[in-house]
Write a protein that binds this ligand. Structure first.
Ligand code: ATP
Length: 133
């Protein structure tokens, strides 16, 4: 790790999604995007459903996450996410199907539909599609 990088770990209850040295990382905080350069001040924040942008030495990639927490300390950024998929892992067809399903439910709005649940499913699908676009 050089002066210009920081450690990034992305984990979910299921698996380690990413671990590496990065120059810059942006996460979807609940109150807006948060960007971290190396040696950032200590911080803990809740995360929204959205897209992370990760800048390594020689490449940039995206990660879709569905909420969680970020902790920054000692030149280390740890993202604990409910779910997380790197852009190369995302099944676009599956996300498109989830989006269509959620939109259908929101359109129907019958009494048995859980609106909040459908809205969250739609938001997750849109984040995944944004990460692969
Ligand atoms: P679906 O209705 O397609 O299951 P969902 O938003 O309800 O979507 P989640 O509960 O957020 O799915 O995730 C369940 C698991 O499936 C997690 O491990 C997540 O990483 C994975 N996952 C969900 N959608 C995709 C996708 N489009 N591509 C790859 N992995 C996915």
């Amino acid at each position: 790790m050089t002066e210009k990088t920081q450690r990034l770990e992305i984990v979910t209850p299921e698996r380690k999604v990413y671990s590496g040295d990065v120059r810059f990382v942006v996460v979807p905080g609940v109150e807006g995007e948060l960007g971290f350069l190396p040696h950032h001040a200590p911080l803990v924040s809740a995360l929204d459903i959205g897209v992370m942008r990760v800048q390594e030495e020689n490449r940039t990639f995206k990660v879709a996450i569905s909420g969680g927490f970020v902790e920054v300390r000692n030149n280390r950024v740890v993202v604990l996410a409910r779910t997380a998929e790197r852009e190369d892992e995302i099944d676009r067809e599956r996300a498109l199907a989830a989006k269509a399903r959620a939109e259908e439910r929101l359109k129907a709005r019958t009494p048995d539909i859980d609106i909040v649940r459908a809205e969250l499913a739609l938001k997750r699908a849109l984040a995944r599609l944004k990460a692969v676009s």
